[in-house]
Design a protein around this ligand. Structure first.
Ligand SMILES: Nc1ncnc2c1ncn2[C@@H]1O[C@H](COP(=O)(O)OP(=O)(O)OP(=O)(O)O)[C@@H](O)[C@H]1O
Ligand SMILES: [Mg+2]
Length: 638
């Protein structure tokens, strides 16, 4: 059943409930904080959210003819699959009657009838075969196309969203939207809706056919349906929760395994194995308990259905027997009716049960759809205005004019930040942790918008320039360079796809990365693992430098890594930096004395403000905050 399959990073609540923002932290933390009973039921959306259903229509319209075909195939299949008991009842009545009559003509008729009904049943089976195949093929086609479209939409949209969005959202939740929510929605749009429709149509077909067999008996048999419905609705209330718990419990187990495997180096270094194993055991047991509870509930359905159908069958047989005894029914008639009704009673519990079960599926899919649209509806905060200018090239002048900036309203990060940088100048940003150095650099390429003041590039307001034309002339080297899986060459070419092999090698040579790359057995074609785990930290840094340089940027932003590298690599990096900074406007968040000393100006920051500015000697002479920082950090360095 669908509910059991819900492993993976299952969906956590995204609703507007008071628990919505529980702050960051792993899912394991969440469960620890909320305890076993603190389950989150927001996953159950509304089944009848019309607004959501309307929004789903565009995904199905390109396939409307196939969808119609699938519905027709489904109706044909239902009709063909519910017809046999009716045919059997007729066959028994007619053939039985003819045999009892015993005349040569009637026996001939019986033979002909047997042949006819036999062929009819086989023909129906053939029809069912083709209808089922058509339905599967059509829904499969629609489903996979929808899945592809939804995923592509999500992927494109996620790449467009501003960094502020990623500051708010957790990666795990986003991943579950792109992976499992999308699948749930696809299931809903294909098998989900169609199954419910098939069940409703199936029920109607059965009602018509049993009424055609005998209206009074039909009414009697169907009188059990309300009881079953009542029971199923009651059962479903418990079951829905149990199934959600199962899904969440396995999501928590998976999250825990994931965290442990990703952090295995820390786990082993801190000898956390026993403690982590205990924690895991608890979660694992909890998952087992949830599954057992759900299994108990699951197990209680069938017996009730069996009892009800047995009761209905018993009533019907009793009434048929009574009528036959009375002479109101002939023996073949009675046998035919008994056969037809017994078969139908067994069948009509299936659609009733299915409809109730599908209800939870619908709820879950609606909740998933809600979460997906929440992402798709988030507008990128940073967009080009309609009349934005495309800069064909830039000189590299950067002016911060009294900039006020905060990530979160009311918590200022930069205040009255005023700095004017001429083209080609190297600015070293220094200051204690949290002073706002990275924030300054994040504003230069408009990763965030400022609240007050102006940032000008070559005299143009940053917000009036087409962002792509700006970023193509800028390179950023992050503190922890992010390398992608793929060859070293592809990683260096990452920001400029038209760079030739020669360009790549020139850039690598310029930053001194060529030496180590050419020593690797596959050279530039060496495949990097995820995040470049198979090369050293210093080497990763050099590859990132080459990547920045190959784009030949006018403005370079460099969050210098603090990681300790050996003296040899340190020297290479120092030389690389000199090459890179040459002739470019550069913002360097510097931790190396050599970089700071070589900078044209040093900007000393404290709590989002510039407190001192000047070159190394001037600032040392001033004997203020920079001199203090210098003595604290570098006193023993040289
Ligand atoms: N994405 C963010 N969302 C909210 N606040 C942030 C965000 N990034 C930084 N801050 C806050 O802004 C302030 C400045 O941070 P910033 O990263 O610019 O400091 P920094 O000088 O680069 O520090 P470090 O030397 O440790 O890298 C800090 O108080 C920090 O908590
Ligand atoms: Mg920083």
């Amino acid at each position: 059943m669908a509910y059991w399959a819900g492993g993976g990073a299952g969906g956590w609540s995204q609703g507007n409930s008071p628990n919505q923002r529980r702050g960051r932290g792993s899912q394991v933390d969440m469960i620890n904080r909320r305890g076993i009973d603190g389950w989150d039921y927001d996953e159950l959306g509304k089944v009848y959210d019309l607004g959501l259903i309307k929004r789903l229509i565009p995904f199905i319209t390109p396939h409307k003819w196939r969808a119609l075909g699938a519905i027709i195939a489904m109706i044909i299949f239902s009709a063909a699959s519910y017809a046999p008991p009716f045919i059997m009842a007729l066959a028994v009545e007619r053939i039985g009657g003819a045999i009892i009559e015993g005349t040569p003509e009637s026996l001939d008729r019986a033979v002909a009838d047997t042949r006819f009904f036999g062929i009819l049943v086989v023909a129906l089976a053939v029809v069912m075969f083709f209808a089922a195949m058509a339905q599967r093929l059509l829904t499969g086609y629609i489903g996979h196309h929808m899945l592809r479209d939804l995923r592509s939409d999500m992927f494109a949209h996620l790449n467009k969203l501003s960094l502020s969005f990623y500051d708010r959202e957790e990666v795990g939740r986003l991943m579950s939207r792109v992976t499992s929510d999308v699948v749930t929605l696809q299931e809903l749009m294909t098998s989900g809706f169609l199954n419910v429709l098939a069940d409703i149509i199936g029920l109607m077909i059965i009602v018509v056919l049993v009424a055609a067999l005998d209206p009074v008996l039909a009414a009697l048999a169907l009188s059990v349906v309300p009881v079953l419905l009542f029971f199923m609705i009651f059962w479903q209330k418990f079951a829905a929760r149990a199934f959600i718990r199962v899904r969440q419990a396995i999501a928590i187990v998976n999250a825990n395994i994931n965290e442990n495997v990703s952090g295995v180096r820390v786990v082993q270094a801190m000898v956390r194995e026993p403690k982590n194993f205990n924690d895991f055991e608890k979660l694992n047991n909890q998952n087992k308990e949830m599954n057992l509870k759900a299994a108990e509930l699951q197990a209680s359905v069938m017996p009730v259905v069996e009892i009800l159908s047995a009761t209905a069958t018993c009533f019907i047989l009793f009434v048929i027997g009574y009528r036959a005894f009375d002479g109101a029914l002939s023996a073949p008639e009675a046998a035919g009716l008994a056969l037809g009704f017994t078969l139908y009673i067994q069948r009509f519990f299936n659609p009733v049960r299915d409809i109730v079960l599908q209800y939870t599926m619908l709820q879950r899919a609606m909740a998933g759809a809600h979460r997906i649209f929440e992402v798709l509806d988030t507008e990128p905060e940073i967009i080009d205005p309609p009349n934005a200018v495309a800069l064909s090239d830039i000189e590299g002048r950067v002016d911060f004019c009294d900039v006020n900036f905060s990530y979160i309203k009311g918590i200022p990060v930069l205040e009255k930040f005023d700095l004017h940088v001429s083209a080609g100048e190297t600015i070293a940003l220094v200051g204690h942790t949290g002073a706002g150095k990275t924030s300054v650099t994040a504003l230069v390429n408009r990763s965030y918008d400022i609240q007050e003041g102006e940032i000008l590039i070559d005299g143009h307001d940053l917000r009036s320039i087409q962002r792509a034309s700006l970023t193509s002339r800028m390179s950023v080297v992050l503190q922890e360079p992010y390398l992608f899986s793929g060859s070293i060459r592809d990683n260096i070419r990452y920001g400029r796809l038209d760079a030739t092999d020669e360009d790549v090698e020139i850039a690598a040579k310029a930053v001194g990365a060529d030496d180590f790359i050419s020593q690797l057995p596959s050279g530039y074609e060496t495949l990097l693992h995820e995040r470049g785990r198979n090369v050293s930290v210093g080497q990763r840094q050099l590859i990132a430098f080459a990547r920045a340089l190959v784009a030949d940027p006018r403005i370079l932003i460099l969050d210098e890594a603090t990681a300790n590298v050996d003296t040899q690599t340190e020297k290479i990096i120092q030389r690389a930096l000199e090459t890179m900074l040459q002739g470019r406007t550069s913002f360097v968040i510097a931790h190396r004395l050599s970089t700071i000393r070589n900078a044209d100006r040093i900007v000393m920051m404290q709590s989002g403000k510039i407190v001192e500015i000047g070159d190394h000697d001037a600032l040392m002479q001033h004997d203020g905050a920079y001199a203090d920082l210098y003595r604290m950090t570098f006193a023993n360095a040289n």
